[in-house]
Design a protein around this ligand. Structure first.
Ligand code: COA
Length: 251
């Protein structure tokens, strides 16, 4: 897997950023990729960005790839921050590889991520139109047009096969009944104007994961971390600094 690494100056939490469907490491803002004080790994999942391999069509397959990545870089435990599908990957690691997870930051995600069948069909039949539809849905009306164009371009570069695999993985993902098993400290972040993973999904996570904190960013859409990087970064720093996460760190 391709990744970028920003080393923290002091021993402290290791943060791993996991992008969403059809995305890459570049869909995290620089403020998070270079989070002050933390060691940050920003991943391209298999088949995405500069990574080799094939995209997965199950979330479990991505979770295994991230666990193997942690082995490779000799990180025993990390705080996993996932956006949308990346949040599903992080949740799966917290459930099935709990000893590798020091904390969770779930951004615009959910415990179940069904995808409208019309979207899955239209990826096959009219990819260009699907990209336009998704591009319109993932931003709030006030989003910066440069960011909107960058997001559109990222989907085009991912291509239909990767997007179909990712959204198939999302469509089959459902851990609504298992959230009580999660013991990791958790922060849930959502945008109040998110159309793809509505506030109901964020609230469900916050209400069912023991001790979880939630931060709602008013007016932000599904790409909340790019629309409002300062607020998201502040929330993540507060989470990392407030709660001692003694088990985070390199092994
Ligand atoms: N957290 C909390 N509640 C959730 C949830 C989550 N992650 N996922 C689903 N639910 C709720 C729904 O709100 C619904 O509640 P209701 O019965 O009170 O209305 C119930 O669980 C069942 O929902 P769902 O599993 O989504 O099935 P559905 O047949 O109602 O709808 C879709 C299926 C695909 C149409 C719908 O999920 C949807 O519109 N999804 C978002 C759009 C999309 O495709 N996004 C991805 C595009 S990239």
């Amino acid at each position: 897997m391709y990744y970028t690494l920003k080393r923290g100056l002091r021993p402290g939490p290791v943060l791993v950023l996991i992008h969403g469907a059809g995305g890459s490491r570049l869909l995290w803002p620089p403020q998070l990729r270079r989070l002050p004080g933390a060691t940050v790994y920003t991943l391209d999942l298999p088949g995405h960005g500069r990574s080799g391999g094939r995209a997965c069509d199950t979330i479990g397959c991505y979770a295994e790839a991230v666990a193997a990545f942690l082995d490779k870089v000799v990180v025993e435990r990390a705080v996993l921050m996932g956006h949308s599908m990346g949040g599903a990957v992080a949740l799966t690691l917290a459930l099935d590889f709990a000893d590798r997870v020091a904390g969770l930051v779930l951004v615009a995600s959910g415990a179940r991520l069904r995808v409208a069948p019309a979207i899955l069909d239209s990826i096959r039949t009219d990819f260009a139109r699907t990209v336009e539809l998704i591009s319109r849905a993932i931003w709030s009306p006030g989003a910066n047009p440069t960011l909107v164009e960058r997001g559109r371009q990222a989907l085009v570069e991912a291509g239909p096969s990767v997007l179909l695999s990712d959204l198939t993985a999302c469509d089959h993902f459902d851990v609504m009944e298992r959230l009580r098993e999660i013991a990791s400290p958790t922060l849930v972040i959502g945008g109040s104007a998110d159309l793809l993973t509505p506030l109901k999904y964020t609230r469900f996570l916050a209400e069912h994961i023991s001790g979880a904190h939630s931060v709602i960013i008013e007016g932000a859409g599904h790409m909340v971390m790019l629309e409002r990087p300062a607020e998201v970064t502040r929330a993540v720093l507060r989470f990392l600094n407030e709660k001692p996460l003694p088990t985070a760190g390199a092994g």
